[in-house]
Ligand binder design. Sequence first.
Ligand SMILES: *[C@@H]1O[C@H](CO)[C@@H](O)[C@H](O)[C@H]1NC(C)=O
Ligand SMILES: *[C@@H]1O[C@H](CO)[C@@H](O)[C@H](O)[C@H]1NC(C)=O
Ligand SMILES: *[C@@H]1O[C@H](CO)[C@@H](O)[C@H](O)[C@H]1NC(C)=O
Length: 293
Amino acid sequence: MILFTSWLFLVIHFVFISASEKLISLDCKNENHGVHGQKSLLECVVKSVTPVSIQALTWKRVREDGTLLEYYEGKTLTTPGFTLAEPDWNNRNLNVSLLLTNTKMEDEGEYECDVLTDGGPDTIRVRLKVTAKYTSPVLSSIPKNNIKENQPVTIFCNSTGQNGMIWWFDMLDQNCTHDAELETKENNDGLFSLSSRLTVQKATSSNSLYTCKVLSTTGFQKETASFQLQFDPSSMKQNLPITITLGVLGLVLFLFIVFLTAALLSQQGKKSEKQVDGSSDVLLTKKKADASV
Ligand SMILES: *[C@@H]1O[C@H](CO)[C@@H](O)[C@H](O)[C@H]1NC(C)=O
Ligand SMILES: *[C@@H]1O[C@H](CO)[C@@H](O)[C@H](O)[C@H]1NC(C)=O
Ligand SMILES: *[C@@H]1O[C@H](CO)[C@@H](O)[C@H](O)[C@H]1NC(C)=O
């Protein structure tokens, strides 16, 4: 008899538990993705076969065991930066998603949502992954300008964002990362300052455009910028003045020849005219002489 009662109790207990488990459950996105400085959402809804209302709700950080948001007896307590995603939420709204209004790197981690409804309780853990966008890479070189052919040059590429890598490519799209050195510094906001210095042993104006690519290890975030080395214009355009000088000289020579030819021709013309004049003079004198005879 005692055995039967305890068996019955067990059955009832089991039926109750499984029934309550079936009645409501938290349906959440396990892996959530946020970006530093932006809003992020921990998406969670209460699934129920019958209409239920929420009696209590808690969102907390697993690591610190710190409560971020609490709803109980019609009141909601929040921590700055954390709120329920649904505007004007009430306890009949089963979307209990948590909104982070300004995500920081340190918000990455595990969160727990506990809910108690008139259809039963449920608890679930979800994760938030936070990445940070890179600032537009700032490039510079030493020397800055008047670079000579085959001179060694150092190029810098600086950016701030999450921890990551910097790759380098030249004008021919060749990976020259092996000639670069990366320096990383963590700032107090959890972001990293990345600075890569590329050493070009022999800079040449025929391959003078360098591209730096900043990227996170996951490849989630990336940023690219290019840099043109400033070569010494006199060493680069050496042939141009020579061409101009030769051209001008040629033109002067040509004009001189033309002028000379013209001058010679006109002189010859005058001479023949004089010769004609002369002969007529002779004729005239001859005629005069004949007349006098
Ligand atoms: C929950 O609410 C948020 C904010 O309004 C919304 O972005 C999200 O899509 C909702 N989720 C579901 C499953 O309805
Ligand atoms: C880039 O970072 C390096 C190392 O921190 C620094 O020496 C250099 O001045 C920076 N360059 C620019 C343009 O900010
Ligand atoms: C470029 O070179 C670096 C280091 O040598 C390497 O890790 C990276 O995968 C290369 N990237 C590409 C796109 O080839």
